[in-house]
Write a protein that binds this ligand. Sequence first.
Ligand code: COA
Length: 318
Amino acid sequence: MHLVLATESQKAERDRVTHSAWGSPLTVEQFHQREVRLRAHPWCREGMRTWLLQADDGRVLASCESFHNDSYLRGPDGGYTAGDSFSIASVFTEESLRGHGHASRLMDLVAAELERASPRGHAAVLFSDVGAPLYRRSGYVEAPAWDWHLPAREGLSTRRVDSLLKDADVTAALERMRRPSVPFFLWPSPAQVDWHLERERIYAELLRRPRPEACGAAVGDSTALWAMMARYGELVVLMLDARSEEDAAALLETAGALAHRAGLAKVVLWEEPNTLPWVTRVPGATRVARDGALPMLRPLRPGLPAAPDVPFPRALWV
Ligand SMILES: CC(C)(COP(=O)(O)OP(=O)(O)OC[C@H]1O[C@@H](n2cnc3c(N)ncnc32)[C@H](O)[C@@H]1OP(=O)(O)O)[C@@H](O)C(=O)NCCC(=O)NCCS
């Protein structure tokens, strides 16, 4: 049993078997086309790999993907050192092969390989849809996961913000945002944010529905970025940097208005320590234990803080 990187034809084969987990409502062919298009996206071309756990006879026992993230670790002098972190996604074992420890073995081998091959390695992170126990075995520790739900509402104003952001504004929007003042954090690149928008574009085309009129908004020094999750009828806030309660309300109200106009039912915001005080006071906001996407972190080197002390904005989800 050993770890290998998938060839292009092996990736296409995995698309066809993993469709059972992530394909709906797309056909197998549409899902494969989605995957081909996402793999061709600049963020994936820069740092995405598909890993296979292969039996000695060449059979694929389990698979997953890893994506590269920039991360920053604060040193004793208070300055940050840039390093490499990796987000793991699409962990999959075919039904007939489950329960034999293949996924656990794959997770152990991938983490060991990332540790070995990344001199600047900081952490591996993932967003579990199957709870914590499976990944705890491979050294991952979970962080709390709460969401804020805001109803999409007709008649909400978009005039309370200074500008609505388009896909081409993402780089400038990220530059405006304050980075968290914590011992360790991952920071999405403009390409990673655009990867979420690429998913939005793909589903908008395949499901024949309109995209929201904007992918974010700015008011004063405050900024939000968001994307449509067409399959779930949600607008998800990818990043939020609100400098005041009024700004948070204006940005989230705008998200609610655009969600409604795009035929979506609600806006979902992942709770982070810096967003919490503002969102609690936004009218109609309710706090909900997150269903799935449980953030988990496995250090690739000593000296990292505990997972609950690491912020996980939705833009980091893969
Ligand atoms: C989750 C999955 C990858 C596990 O693969 P596997 O090779 O059977 O994993 P292992 O044998 O190493 O470990 C199995 C453990 O995972 C747990 N597990 C599997 N699916 C689970 C689920 N939906 N919810 C909670 N735990 C789950 C099993 O209960 C088992 O725990 P146990 O050993 O204590 O009984 C596989 O079930 C799968 O491909 N599922 C569909 C895709 C998916 O949900 N992937 C995870 C995305 S985060």
